[in-house]
Design a protein. Sequence first.
Length: 179
Amino acid sequence: MRIIAGKFGGLRLTPPGNLPVRPTTDIAKEALFNILDNKIDLEEVDCLDLFAGTGNISFELISRGVKSVESVDIHFKCLQYISETAKKMKMEGIRTRKADVLKFIAKPSGPYDFIFADPPYDLPALPQLANTILATGLLKEDGVMVIEHPSTRQMDESPYLLETRKYGYSSFSFYALSK
């Protein structure tokens, strides 16, 4: 696992092997950010990384010049790794929050310019997740949200869905309030 581009591009990330995570692969992450480069100017935006896990996406966002990333996860060890790595690498702008994501989004703290969510693939609420988040006001009017999900699971229909891109077993669904 590595940071693809930006200030920290090429940096290898080595999270502990005992974290309860399924990190986004480098190939899928590179494809994701190639798409994002055409949808949103990442410099100076506020981001939310839900189900942050290893912080893989949070670190990539900081490397690419975002103003801030709030990394939310329920697992203390994941957040500890993100905090320690950010401090060691002098990555300013990453804040961690220990929370159950479904409870966190019920009490919105945003709004954010970009939201990324990579929930456990077996999460029962996964098909409704995009609509639930969009209903909370967490995403700014001109923002973009991406949900990573297994290609075999359908997301609920949404008038805000822009497109879904498939990368093997993983898919990214892109949402925006204004098209």
